[in-house]
Write a protein that binds this ligand. Structure first.
Ligand code: ARG
Length: 461
């Protein structure tokens, strides 16, 4: 078992089947730069505690730099006998420095505290990329809202026509959850900045190394308070996977609408050619594949979270090898978002809205019936009665095949004495929308205020 990180207490080497099962280099190699950063920090801590002479520490750092260069240029790759990234990199360091010096670095650390630290470093780096990409989607939604400050959309509940709203209000309603994902990432970062390095396998180290020094060197905020918790807890990974899954769900909800809006029946949007796809057989097709992939991949993001939680459930303290299974799902969540978000931002930024068609459909389905009821309330009619009267007017108009705004004076009066011609002042879409001026409402002035608040929150995150 030449070159492995363990073996002396074993009479034989590992079976080939075990080696196959155990190997993780095909997915943990992406942690190599973080492992090397951890080794630099650890070498500094060993030197500070007197386990490396200054010149040895210098040679150690140089050796690690040489290994880092070989990782970066692709000349160092794991070989089939390497169990994981930690072992492979130690082998490479020993090849650089010889076993006498290269073999000193492992003192006072374990792969258990290493891996628990490295996965945090990786996630912190990618959280920054994802936050930047999220901001691009938010910006694209805000820009579309700004470009259509007065456009009307038939608002729906149960997918049925409900009340007219501003398109900008609706787009901003999709931006808010993404702002909250940004805020979740910021909040997550406060918990992620803990360094388990120095916890050893589980119980801490006897060597008097300074874990705060290592944490600082690695750009983390502080060492873990408890070595068992530090090496065994993965809630920080699960929480990240949750934010990724929730982001997937946010994008999927918007995707579903874009897919519907893009149908001939709705006809609300046209997708830019650069952000839609064709069919291999039907020459006329222009498909919303970005929205469909975002919707589809949200399932995968949810799966990554559930798989991870299932892995963690029932694990006794402290480290168990099951924990190796945390990486593939969360790496996949990172990689998925890093391809979905940029494409999604481009699709939103280039959407073209048919605002005439949306405005034309907005009054359909008697979507101003609530306005009639609320107008009656302003005339001091109890809402109970107002609701009845407005409902009766809907039925009368439906029977005649006309819209509310087309009801004659006679028809209005026949439904209720309270329905005088002045009610028509609320029977326009613009009037309806403008009158919903309470906090959070769809009146243009409120929506513009809301947009400023949204942009400020996104920038503050
Ligand atoms: N590759 C492992 C992981 O990803 C770390 C190694 C810990 N191995 C061990 N036998 N304690 O979690």
């Amino acid at each position: 078992n030449e070159g492995a990180l363990w073996g002396a207490r074993f009479a034989t080497g590992p079976s080939p089947e075990l080696v196959e099962l155990s190997r993780s280099t095909h997915f943990d190699w992406i942690l190599a730069p973080y492992d090397i950063a951890g080794s630099h920090a650890h070498a500094t801590a060993l030197a500070a505690a007197g386990y490396l002479e200054p010149d040895e520490a210098q040679r150690m750092h140089d050796g690690l730099d040489a290994v880092a260069r070989r990782v970066a240029d692709g000349t160092l790759l794991p070989v089939p006998t390497d169990e994981d990234v930690h072992g492979a990199l130690e082998q490479a360091l020993i090849a650089e420095l010889g076993p006498e010096l290269g073999g000193r670095l492992r003192a006072g650390r374990s792969r258990n505290d290493q891996i628990a630290t490295l996965v945090r470093m990786y996630l912190i780096d990618h959280a920054r990329v994802i936050a930047r990409d999220l901001l691009r989607v938010i910006d694209a939604l805000v820009a579309q809202a700004e470009a259509h400050p007065e456009a009307i959309l038939p608002g729906r509940t149960h997918l049925q026509h409900a009340q007219p709203v501003l398109l900008a209000h609706h787009l901003q309603a999709h931006a808010w959850p993404l702002v909250r994902e940004l805020e979740r990432l910021v909040d997550w970062r406060r918990r992620a900045g803990v360094s388990p390095y120095g916890g050893g396998a589980l119980a801490g180290s006897t060597l008097g190394l300074d874990p705060a020094l290592v944490a600082t060197e690695l750009g983390l905020d502080r060492p873990a308070e408890n070595s068992l918790d530090g090496t065994a807890a993965r809630d920080v990974v699960a929480e990240f996977a949750f934010i990724a899954a929730m982001t997937g769900v946010d994008l999927s909800r918007l995707s579903e609408e874009i897919i519907l809006w893009n149908t001939r029946e709705f006809g609300f949007v046209t997708l830019d050619d650069g952000y839609s796809t064709g069919s291999s057989i039907m020459p006329q097709k222009k498909n919303p594949d970005i929205a469909e992939l975002a919707r589809g991949k949200s399932g995968r993001l949810i799966g990554n979270l559930s798989g991870l939680l299932a892995t963690l459930k029932g694990l006794p303290l402290a480290y168990n090898r099951d924990l190796q299974e945390d990486k593939e799902p969360v790496f996949d969540s990172v990689q998925t978002l890093e391809v979905v978000l940029p494409a999604f931002a481009g699709m939103i930024a280039t959407l073209r809205f048919d605002t005439e068609r949306m405005a034309e459909l907005a009054p359909q389905g008697f979507s101003l019936a609530t306005d009639v009821a609320e107008w009656l309330v302003k005339q001091r009619v109890p809402f109970r009665d107002a609701h009845e009267i407005s409902g009766a007017l809907v039925r009368a108009c439906e029977e005649q095949g006309i819209g509310l705004e087309e009801a004659s004076d006679e028809l209005l009066r026949s439904v209720s004495e309270h329905l005088v011609p002045a009610v028509r002042e609320v029977l326009t879409i613009e009037g309806s929308v403008a009158s919903r001026s309470g906090v959070g409402g769809t009146a243009p002035v409120r929506v513009a205020e809301q947009r400023a608040e949204l942009v400020a929150r996104a920038q503050a995150a």
